[in-house]
Ligand binder design. Structure first.
Ligand code: SAM
Length: 285
């Protein structure tokens, strides 16, 4: 079934009495070139299992199922159930779980459905939950090899920006702490039905087993990063002093001991710098 054909989609909707829910970010892919590229560049192949988040009518699910051993897909909208039963009927390696991705226990789901198999995650989600989902997958240290997601074009640039460069932020520091991010390709707004107001891009995060930074207190590390970027135009020492309750002069000493200019701003520091600050500060707390 050609799920990028508008006539086919409209017929499915009519027969199953389905209509779009805008609040669920239901912009479905209708450009036939995109889903095969997401599946291939997302690492889908024999010997690999895929966790998909947000199926829509199953256009990407089909491409994942063609290439992977097994696909488990999470979708919040139960109104799509009869449609997915029809569109995925030819695949015996797909299971749909109707749940909210922000509520479900992803670690337990992966263990139950995939066991020890190699797992990749692919998602085209509403933009407002993309960053929380990315951070959930990373922070919960899910046993996943790579995460490939569609995001707004501008968000893709920010997420993939290396710490220590102009576009970086707390999110890109978090992403780079756990993974190696890269931009795969751009997707213009006309590739979706209905068409959103922004262009998109697909990014892939290759999750690292070990980042080599040797951070002992991750909670403190991310407190420092978040505080630093909370006032990115200011010298880090100012928000950091407030957040940690340490006098600026004492912080300036720690910065100097770590070989970092006390006047530095958030975007000037690499992850290694933040890691050094974290251990310097933790020794004084
Ligand atoms: N993958 C399909 C495609 O590319 O055409 C659908 C993409 S559409 C942008 C996002 C999908 O995510 C919708 O089907 C929507 O119902 C689903 N969704 C939205 N919020 C969700 C949530 N919290 N948990 C799981 N699925 C969600």
């Amino acid at each position: 079934m050609q799920l990028t054909n508008i006539g086919v989609i409209k017929d499915l909707f009519e027969r199953h009495g389905f209509s779009f829910t805008k609040s669920l970010g239901q912009n479905f892919l209708i450009n036939p070139a995109i889903c095969p590229k997401i599946a291939e560049q997302g690492g889908c192949k024999s010997g690999v299992c895929a966790l998909e988040i947000g199926t829509g009518v199953g256009v990407l699910t089909q491409e994942l199922a063609k290439r992977c051993d097994k696909v488990v897909a999470i979708e919040i909208d139960t109104g799509l159930k009869p449609i997915l039963e029809e569109t995925l009927s030819e695949f015996d390696n797909v299971e749909i779980v109707f749940a909210d991705v922000m509520e479900i226990d992803l670690k337990a789901l992966i263990a139950e459905k995939f066991g020890d198999s190699e797992v990749v995650v692919c998602a085209n989600l509403p933009y407002y939950i993309t960053s929380p989902v990315i951070m959930r997958v990373l922070e919960e240290k899910l046993p996943v090899k790579a995460l490939t997601v569609m995001v707004q074009k501008e968000a893709a640039d920010r997420i993939c920006a290396a710490p220590g460069t102009r576009d970086c932020g707390a999110l890109s520091c978090g992403v780079s702490y756990y993974s190696k991010p890269r931009m795969l390709f751009k997707v213009n707004r006309g590739s979706f039905m209905p068409s959103p107001n922004v262009d998109s891009a697909v990014i892939r995060l290759d999750i690292m087993d070990e980042n080599g930074l040797g951070v002992k207190d991750e909670k403190l590390f991310f407190r420092i990063v978040r505080a630093a970027f909370s006032q990115r135009r200011k010298q880090i020492i100012n928000p950091l002093s407030g957040e940690l309750g340490i006098a600026k002069a004492a912080l300036a000493d720690i910065f100097s001991e770590c070989g970092i200019r006390p006047t530095a701003r958030a975007e000037e520091l690499t992850l290694k710098d933040y890691a050094a600050l974290c251990s310097g500060i933790s020794a004084k707390l």
